[in-house]
Design a protein around this ligand. Structure first.
Ligand code: DPP
Ligand code: ZN
Length: 869
């Protein structure tokens, strides 16, 4: 069985590393690494042995205080090097060899596109040298890089550049020093040939910071968005948190070969090109938004993650949940707060709610793991961000800020826990937050039930809320949670009413704290009929069950003044309509409530097109599936298509008028982006309107051909290519010919065609895997095929199991190349408990067969084993 690391087994390290000096002789085939570690025992007596983690290292030499260490003094184990009888204080020198060109895991030091670079989080540093590779072991690093000047003209590492020189015979070197003690997971080096786009930022205290983005020559013109976003993020963190950047320069390096989105290495971020590059010709509006938020996210880590780091990997959400919350708030301030919140909740519901409801459910702070890479999950990130948001909502911005100030001043330079975080927030804010610890410890999405009653005579309205959290694997019994409920009461015209409870005047919007299994509140002075608007802004990551849904939703979908809540109720109407249709497919669509809600939107020109686009986008098939005990894959697809068609028929003329009227020149402000998004929604409806379809196809083809930006081009392209009644082979060819040399756009060529919901897509996927431009070593490309395939409900969930089997075979192959990416993709196999009996059997069969294979990675083995529990 699989060996687990457990939270309860945490022990502080026996030794600290006082200073780390590394010297690299870089070469793609064989790189030599010399490490000099100055160690000091933290115990009164040194222990019997000390283990340095190491993986896939060829040890050439080992010295202790200058003396060669005899073979009897150490052992090489699977996990690393065990040194016997370590002295109280000593210097260890090791010389090892590593092989970047054959490192297809993309963890440790690897070669990609002629560049040498590193990824160390979570445990990649041990693939570079023997080390105490744990986040609570902090040291200042000095790093000297030697390389051939022709192939690797630029040599980068963390911190400040101290010296450079030549080595003779075409070699050169550079020495970097990072004065801020850091754990090894934040180490980075990069060697290669780049163009550098530069800018600078003057901090609040007047220091000038050099900003540098390193990209391959062909990407030279696509760096402006990243630099702008970075400067805005730096200014925002000063304004909102008082946090200033601390080194002389901030470097960002872009690579096409990266497992994650990006990595916050101190002073030297390494980014997946997907989240750095943006030009109108190649990037969509969503890409622009993603670049902004990921650039900000990695920047914000400089304080939440780097300056204050983690004691152990169980605390991962301490930096990730907090930093996601920070980047969401940054984006909300840059763009539309309401639309941002809707997007964040969509993501939470698409990825985290299903995770929390299935075999992979785990607390935001897990209790145990086999492979920590498997815990970079939606739960740790997105639900973790929701917990921080609830604390923020509870404290209000000023007290939250005071708490964060206390957190930074107490723990700067330390490796800490989630308890430390809460205690600092308590000290700074003066509020008791202990109950929030339960949100970190308890898995599962709580259900909140709402009931209310109004007495017009006495003018009182009583609201009763109750909570329960369903059992999850390994956690049968659940406790009550502190749940902030942002609430308003709306009269028939949608006006907010004053909130009075007892003698307290709470304004027209307030936050109630639900801390008991059941609680009620009585509001007074309400002589007009009211409807409660609950969980405004999605004030807690729960599922709301309201007893008055049939009455409240149509009203709130039209009148709620909270944009999230209005959208939420609009979605609820659509969901009710779709589930009703699945139960009774002869029913006419759209029914009165939804039709009226849409009519209310379409009766006026869309002043806020981005928000209108959100309202008029139907819930995804996945989200509909989440609403059902057993996911009826085919019925959901059929119902959603029918409703789309029905809405298109009723509102076709308005949709056409909007499509035409919303056209405008390409700009990158929020209004222009919103227009483009709404036009895309309009076009998608027009294509399923029988009367307007031919005109719509012509318009889509024209939009594809004439757009001067990728947002509009890709929107039209995707709709046409995914329309299974339309022959788009000519578009596929044209798109390929135009973009074959641009990897990020070519990824779209791969993924878009796999969105066609027809059986032939299985065959298409198999062909794409042997396409000359397919590369198993590049995660973006792999995801553009396997990820897109698994997201296609019709093909992946084919009733005969062919989709699962095909997918399983590819995962098996990928596991031999890149276990981290294979394990991540394999998590879709956790969906079986909610499938019908036939599909469930097929999916379980694929899991069992995969799990039996020899030589599985620890990553994949753990995911499969948890899927089988
Ligand atoms: N690079 C990942 C992130 O920033 C892990 N730290 O979320
Ligand atoms: Zn992060």
């Amino acid at each position: 069985s699989i060996q687990l690391v457990r939270h309860e087994d945490y022990r502080a390290p026996d030794y600290e590393i006082v200073a780390t000096a590394l010297e690299f002789w870089l070469d793609a085939d064989t790189t030599e690494v010399l490490a000099e570690l100055r160690l000091r025992c933290r115990l009164p007596e040194p222990p019997e042995y000390l283990i340095f983690q190491g993986e896939s290292l060829d040890l050439l030499e080992l010295r202790l205080d200058g003396q060669v260490v005899g073979a009897d003094r150490y052992d090489l184990l699977d996990e690393g090097l065990r040194l016997h009888h370590p002295p109280q204080a000593f210097t260890l020198n090791s010389r090892v060899r590593v092989h970047p060109a054959t490192n297809t895991q993309l963890s440790g030091l690897y070669a990609a596109d002629g560049v040498l670079l590193t990824q160390c989080e979570a445990e990649g540093f041990r693939r570079i040298t023997y080390y105490l590779d744990r986040p609570d072991c902090l040291a200042p690093f000095t790093v000297t890089l030697h390389a051939d000047r022709e192939h690797y003209p630029m040599l980068l590492a963390n911190g400040n550049l101290e010296a450079t020189g030549t080595d003779g015979q075409g070699g050169h070197w550079a020495r970097w020093h990072d004065p801020f003690p850091k754990p090894s997971y934040l180490f980075a080096l990069v060697a290669g040939r780049f163009v550098v786009e530069r800018d600078h930022f003057t901090t609040q205290s007047g220091r000038s910071v050099a900003l540098e983005v390193y990209v391959a020559e062909r990407y030279r013109d696509a760096c402006q968005r990243a630099l702008d976003s970075l400067k805005r993020a730096m200014a925002w963190d000063e304004r909102v948190y008082g946090r200033e950047y601390d080194l002389e320069r901030y470097m960002i390096v872009a690579t096409d070969s990266f497992n994650m989105g990006a990595m916050e290495n101190k002073g030297l971020n390494i980014f997946n090109t997907k989240y750095v590059l943006a030009s109108p010709e190649t990037a969509t509006d969503d890409d622009y938004l993603h670049v902004e938020s990921v650039i900000a996210h990695e920047y914000f880590h400089n304080w939440t993650g780097n300056r204050v780091t983690l004691r152990d990997w169980f605390q991962l959400s301490l930096k990730e949940g907090l930093t996601v919350f920070r980047d969401q708030e940054f984006s909300a301030d840059q763009n539309s707060r309401g639309v941002q919140r809707i997007a964040d909740v969509r993501r939470l519901r698409a990825a985290q709610f299903p995770e929390d409801a299935g075999p992979l459910a785990h607390p935001v702070r897990p209790d145990a793991y086999a492979e920590i890479n498997n815990f970079y999950t939606a739960t740790v990130y997105e639900k973790g961000a929701e917990i921080v948001r609830m604390i923020h909502t509870t404290l209000g911005p000023e007290r939250f800020r005071a708490g964060m100030d206390a957190y930074f001043s107490r723990f700067d330079g330390q490796a800490v826990t989630i308890e430390d975080f809460l205690s600092a927030l308590e000290a700074g804010s003066g509020c008791d937050l202990q109950a929030f610890m339960r949100w970190y410890a308890q898995a599962g999405t709580p259900r909140v039930e709402a009931k209310w009653q109004q007495d017009l005579e006495t003018g009182s309205l009583s609201l009763e809320l109750s909570q329960r959290t369903p059992a999850t694997p390994g956690q049968a019994d659940k406790t009550t949670l502190p749940i902030p409920v942002r609430v308003a009461l709306l009269d028939r015209a949608g006006r907010r009413q004053p909130l009075r409870v007892g003698n307290d005047d709470l304004g027209t919007e307030t936050v109630l704290m639900l801390t008991q299994p059941q609680q009620d509140w009585t509001f007074t002075g309400l002589h007009e009929p009211c409807v409660p608007s609950l969980f405004r802004g999605f004030s807690a990551p729960i599922i709301l069950e309201r007893s008055d849904a049939v009455l409240a939703e149509p009203f709130l979908a039209r009148h709620d003044d909270d944009p999230f809540s209005r959208w939420e109720n609009f979605q609820a109407l659509a969901i009710r309509e779709l589930l009703g249709y699945i139960a009774e497919p002869t029913r006419a669509l759209p029914s009165g409530d939804l039709r009226e809600a849409v009519a209310a939107v379409t009766s006026q020109w869309p002043e806020d097109p981005a928000f209108c686009a959100e309202l008029l986008t139907l819930p995804t098939e996945d989200y509909l599936g989440e609403q059902m005990e057993i996911i009826q894959v085919d019925a959901i697809h059929a119902a959603r298509e029918s409703l789309r068609r029905a809405l298109a028929m009723v509102f076709g003329d308005t949709f056409m008028a909007w499509y035409q009227g919303l056209a405008g020149t390409y700009q990158l402000d929020g209004l222009s982006m919103g227009r483009r998004r709404l036009r895309q929604v309009m076009l998608s409806y027009l294509l399923v309107n029988d009367r307007l379809r031919w005109e719509a196809i012509a318009l889509a083809r024209l939009q594809y051909a004439e757009a001067d930006n990728m947002s509009e081009r890709l929107a039209a392209y995707t709709l046409l290519v995914q329309d299974i009644h339309h022959d788009s082979e000519d578009l596929l060819m044209d798109f390929y010919q135009t973009w074959r040399h641009h990897p990020l756009v070519l990824d779209r060529w791969f993924s878009t065609q796999l969105g066609r919901e027809e059986p032939a897509t299985l065959h298409r996927a198999a062909n794409l895997l042997v396409h000359p431009d397919f590369d198993w070593r590049v995660p973006n490309r792999v995801r553009s095929v396997l990820g897109a395939f698994a997201a296609n409900p019709t093909v992946f969930h084919a009733a005969d199991g062919s989709g699962y089997r095909f997918f399983g075979e590819q995962i098996r192959h990928l596991d031999g190349i890149n276990p981290q990416t294979a394990a991540r993709l394999a998590t879709v196999l956790s969906r079986w408990p909610r499938l019908d009996a036939q599909r469930r059997g097929h999916m379980q069969g694929v899991i069992a067969e995969l799990a039996r294979k020899p030589a599985l990675s620890r990553d994949l083995a753990e995911v499969l084993s948890r899927c089988q529990d």
